[in-house]
Design a protein around this ligand. Structure first.
Ligand SMILES: [Zn+2]
Length: 217
């Protein structure tokens, strides 16, 4: 499966065509010719299975029989490549379609799974961010912190008392930990006044909406 994914990203720069297989290498956008043309026809036309690209192309075009065009109409879309004196090399096609060197970062960016862009990423990730803080906020956005309401579902043990360590009145949740807890809410109100957020509601959604407007600045 990974092979199928990366195959489209390898681009053969054919050079003089003496080092690239005519039938088995994907030197054109249509993939290896062996997918299109039968082995039997290749041999009947006088070529070998080991033929190189320079063996099937001349200055006047293709060396293969014109009858192939009737049998394999797809061949008419393949333009004969211009051979040069350069040597053969393989390049990597990045996510934007540009040819570049094979670097791990570029490869990962090209083949990684992509989801829709979320509107809060600039709140979490920005050039001056502290990675440890950003990671925790990222967990928070997905409500994936190990709060006690989650631990309870995991059956952490009958003798473990689950109470918010700040107010010790009830098990903490994401909402409790940041807004509902009596201790945390006092801090939150103090912070709100200091950063002139006094009109922002005591709710995660309200807070995100308020900060999103200038997160990109
Ligand atoms: Zn609490």
């Amino acid at each position: 499966m990974t092979r199928d994914t990366i195959r489209d990203h390898f681009v053969h720069c054919i050079g003089n065509g003496a080092s690239i297989s005519a039938w088995h290498d994907a030197w054109s956008d249509y993939g290896p010719l062996s997918i299109i043309i039968s082995n039997r026809d290749i041999l009947h036309a006088g070529f070998t299975r080991e033929a190189k690209l320079c063996d099937i192309v001349s200055q006047n075009g293709w060396r293969w029989p014109s009858t192939w065009l009737g049998k394999y109409p797809g061949l008419s879309n393949i333009v004969p490549p211009t051979l040069s004196n350069a040597s053969y090399c393989i390049r990597w096609r990045d996510y934007s379609g540009n040819l570049c060197h094979f670097l791990v970062g570029i490869v990962w960016n090209a083949i990684r799974t992509r989801a829709d862009v979320i509107d809060w990423y600039l709140i979490v990730w920005f050039p001056q961010c502290i990675p440890r803080h950003s990671f925790l906020v990222w967990l928070l956005f997905g409500e994936n912190l190990k709060t006690q309401d989650k631990l309870k579902k995991w059956e952490v043990g009958p003798n473990v008392v689950l109470l918010c360590p700040l107010c010790r009145s009830e098990p903490d949740t994401h909402m409790h930990l940041f807004f509902r807890c009596t201790f945390a809410s006092r801090i939150w109100k103090c912070v709100k006044n200091n950063v002139q957020f006094s009109i922002v509601g005591d709710d995660w959604t309200d807070f995100v909406a308020a900060i999103s407007s200038f997160a990109s600045r």
